[in-house]
Design a protein around this ligand. Sequence first.
Ligand code: GLA
Length: 382
Amino acid sequence: MKFLACIILIAFVLMISCDSSQRDSRSGNANSPSIEVSSFGRIPDAGEVKMYKLDNGRGMVVEIINYGAIIKSIQVPDDKGDIRDITLGFDRLEGYLTEHPYFGTVIGRYGNRIANGSFQIDGQQYSLATNNGPNHLHGGLNGFDKVLWDEVRQWKDQDSLHLELSYLSPDGEEGYPGNLQVILRYSLTSNNEIIINYKARTDQKTHVNLTNHSYFNLDDSPTIEDHELKIIASQFTPVDNTLIPTGVIDNVSGGPFDFTSLKRIGEHIGSNNQQIEIGGGYDHNFVLNKPSLESPSITVRSNLSRIAMDVYTLEPGVQFYTGNFLDGSIVGKSGGVYEKRSGFCLETQHFPDSPNHEDFPSTLLNPGEEYTTTTIYRFYNF
Ligand code: GLA
């Protein structure tokens, strides 16, 4: 009898401990938040590249390197609790030193294109590097994505881990006027959010439009066409055949550019539409109805992994790019081949070519003013 009671007791204890360990691994409360710093290699003549691993202790990890202020990985749990890296990129520094389409990088001084690489400020003409046909793209030949950023500080507070990086872009770099001091803050919160805050100051009038160029794929499918997307934008800026806005602001009104309610990305991507044809898919700036850090302007989700991402931003626009230029020639993380449309970008930003469009929200930064903007990416299962 005693023996039987003993067996029952042991079975009961085992059941309880098994149940509570399942609970722990699901809630992911096992670790305390941490920032781990390691070497990611060296760049000849520039120095050591550091990698910062931010782990919020709740199953979400973000790796950032100070070359190009690149987000190297975003690791989030899927609905089964398995951790997935949902960004495109490389395992090693060598990959990031090759010509690549801005995987995870910060973009500056100017996200997206400036027509003919030129603009005027107070009647003076400035000529920028032209690195995309006749146009200037993503800051030029050696933009903020290809420089080594300095660590300012890293710290933890109650809810978040923070990393601050800085870069001083000298007067005349890539043709832009003014010394521009930029400070970038990455935070990872206990609520599975990445918050990027950008700040900049200049000593001469200049144009600034900073963004992040992460490519997402929430379920590792060969293309992202089955992801569902919502962008609360009633308008977008159509482009000419060099992808410069024509200046017209068009209504999305039910057409291929209408993502005002959740829609498969691939739903209209092959449609017979002049703008889709020019972009080879989506490569367009959407005019956000209500940029805000209180409610998301964008939601994207995968029904396979049941991972969802909400994007909150203070920027007036977002460049939705469906990786149309990827063509299988890049071998990325774990030997994966990046085929056309294997990732999408949501580059929160001011509109492309704003310096040449007076009626677009201005990107001009004056001495004495502070450029500051924030974008939040929140991850969850649904
Ligand atoms: C942006 C542009 C695209 C392309 C990619 C990088 O999203 O709008 O046209 O240049 O960057 O390949």
